[in-house]
Design a protein around this ligand. Structure first.
Ligand code: FAD
Length: 401
């Protein structure tokens, strides 16, 4: 480790590692990169606790396009990220997302979102009740008004594989990745000058990137700045289904998609099991170290909704559960990427609100372009920049799970 870096990245999970990868992969970037990660086990990182899924079914074009780049990146990952003989295959299951609507209002949102997705070239279709029943005969569809299904370009993959692939390649390309904690950030007026690590080291920094996930607010505050991101608890359950409906679909080789029920409960296959979660009834900010699962969500929310939706889901047993933190943007549930308008060498890559894994490739590329060229070259991230936060101008995403 040196005592001065052009770019210091606070947080070395999927977002920080992606930024480091894209910077060091670009021959036009000739600077030095340091990634500081406080927890080498990533035990509390959202990245490691995620549901690891990717979709193009969003309501904003930019979110569709961000995931489309993520998709192409995930498909090519083993080839692009090879280090030595190690080809990190992400085991991508391209089995689609299925959104269900049981009211006219929900159906209208699906129609509007579908128009946006199609305009971006996403392979999503709208299905009537009869078409839904035909494709997925295990479902009870009597109440369904409309369904939206991703025929390709959506599914799930290896989350830590994505992060570790970025980290290994960034290191191979010259980034320094260390285990330490950024404890303080020194700002001289409108410019960050250095970071102080828990170990006591003081590192001069040309640019600081905030990639600290649910702790983004703490990191911003070290620089005297604010970002409206807080940890919100999400509990995931691994379920064993006595009569598994996997294999019964009349699309996608019989495979089931990630289904978002009208109740907001989601479920997808996970090997021979299923992975499920719900939007909590009460959703307060939680303590940064509180990872106790909300066990009651299975009995109170998930099981009743799934048993109602399919006879196959009536007999299910919980095999495992864990809680993770959404890096929740309280203004508009959308990513915040870009410079602070006044402290321009402090960059945000925060607030992903449950979508950051799939967004990491496009975000890493965008931040690297902003640093290297002073502007976006591939996809314009201006509308998800910090300016809207400063102006209290929400950029809402309707398709939040
Ligand atoms: C239950 C759950 C399900 C999810 N499902 C999906 C999904 O299906 N698809 C999807 O795309 N996204 C999903 N997400 C969201 C996704 O996981 C996150 O948005 C994404 O992982 C954020 O990555 P990150 O690197 O910004 O944050 P994190 O993974 O939280 O990493 C931040 C890192 O910063 C480190 N750090 C913090 N402060 C400091 C400091 N001061 N010094 C040094 N290091 C520091 C932390 O130790 C941590 O490792 C889910 C999240 C959860 C919790």
């Amino acid at each position: 480790m040196k005592d001065s870096y052009d770019v210091v990245i606070v947080g070395g999970a999927v977002i920080g590692a992606s930024v480091a990868y894209f910077l060091t992969a670009n021959p036009d970037f000739t600077g030095s990169v340091l990634v500081v990660e406080r927890d080498p086990r990533f035990a509390q990182a959202s990245t490691a606790l995620s549901a690891s899924s990717i979709r193009t079914q969003f309501s904003n074009p930019i979110n569709v396009q961000i995931s489309q780049f993520g998709l192409s990146f995930i498909r090519d990952f083993a080839k692009v990220m090879q280090v030595g003989d190690d080809r990190p295959d992400l085991n991508f299951h391209e089995s689609g997302y299925l959104f269900l609507a049981n009211t006219d209002a929900q159906a209208q949102i699906l129609r509007e979102n579908h128009a946006v997705q199609r305009a971006c070239g996403a392979d999503t279709v709208l299905w009537s009740q009869a078409e839904l029943a035909d494709a997925f005969p295990h479902l009870r569809v009597d109440d369904i008004v409309l369904a939206s299904y991703g025929r390709s370009g959506e599914g799930w993959f290896n989350n830590t594989g994505l992060m570790n692939g970025f980290r290994a390649k960034a290191r191979a390309q010259g980034a320094d990745l260390i285990h330490d904690e950024v404890a303080a950030i020194t700002r001289d007026g409108s410019s960050i000058s250095s970071v102080t690590l828990k170990s006591g080291a003081v590192i001069r920094a040309g640019i600081v990137v905030n990639a600290s996930g649910p702790r983004a607010g703490l990191t911003a505050r070290m620089a005297g700045l604010d970002v409206p991101v807080e940890p919100r608890k999400r509990t995931l359950f691994v379920l064993d289904c006595a009569k598994s409906p996997e294999g019964s679909a009349r699309v996608a080789g019989g495979r089931l998609p990630l289904m978002i029920d009208t109740s907001g409960v989601f479920i997808r296959p996970e090997g021979r099991y299923f992975l499920s979660g719900a939007v909590p009834v009460d959703d307060p900010a939680v303590d940064f170290d509180d990872f106790t699962p909300r066990y009651e969500e299975f009995e109170d929310i998930i099981w009743p909704a799934l048993a109602e939706r399919s006879e196959a889901f009536e007999a299910m047993k919980v095999i495992n559960q864990w809680a993770g933190h959404y890096d929740y943007n309280t203004l508009d549930h959308n990513l915040i990427v870009g410079r602070h308008p006044e402290v321009t060498n402090f960059l945000f890559a925060n607030g992903f609100s449950g979508h950051g894994l799939q967004q990491s490739p496009a975000v890493g590329r965008a931040v690297s372009e902003l640093i290297t060229y002073g502007a976006y070259r591939s996809l314009d991230f201006t509308q998800v920049g910090y300016e809207r936060i400063a102006e209290n101008r929400p950029f809402l995403e309707k398709a939040v799970i």
